[in-house]
Design a protein around this ligand. Sequence first.
Ligand code: UDP
Length: 252
Amino acid sequence: MNVKRKKLYEGKAKILYEGPEPGTIIQYFKDDATAFNAQKKATLEGKGVINNQISEFIMSKLNGIGVTNHFIKRLNLREQLIRECEIIPLEVVCRNVVAGSMSQRLGIEEGTPLPRSIIEFYYKKDELNDPMVTEEHITAFNWASTQELDDILAMTVRVNDYLSGLFAGVGITLVDFKIEFGRIWENDYSRIILADEISPDSCRLWDTATGNKLDKDRFRRDLGDVIESYTEVARRLGIMKGMPTVIQGGLH
Ligand code: UDP
């Protein structure tokens, strides 16, 4: 008898299914792309396959340097096995160069390097358009404890240092990125781990030599060549050799 697996959650770009063992989840990467709080939508054929592999590559590297995260293993082209965790309702953004909402909010030209990296927090609430919050809001409303916030900040700095170097090595500037964290329980103790995904959907990646955008801004700003740019990121990182041909053939 075939038993249909249980869908736990469907988001804008991913679906979560119950995993094969307790404490595990299957994360499925869709081809759907959304921007501006889902006001703009499209299906970009092959995006899920590329992001699954870029995120696998980055999360595995981060696990290797001791930034504990939810990634266990990739299962197939679109799915990976992850650890179940309680998601902290925050989007943690780290910036090295002014871009996007920071440029608009503060009237500072996009591309201006920051004198030091800046970390911002946004409350994950689509109905409210993910408002920016401070550490005081986070602890006052018990979204995370002071200790957990310390861990989140320290891990974000490590992710930024590592990824900035990784991308610089392949001629890409890590302008900014968004990460999410979760809480896992071991007996009576909880611990913070990195969760979600790290891909061109959640980072701004500029070709260092030309300034060309290789990330989701190509979709947000109708610049075209979205899949080609994501594939270029994967190619430079040394993953998915020959991907363009596969994409042309169609991916399901
Ligand atoms: N970001 C994201 N999901 C969001 C909002 C932002 O992955 O819901 C990423 C975005 O791709 C960029 C960084 O976080 O790498 C900073 O985004 P910003 O605040 O500039 O917002 P945006 O201009 O994307 O609205």
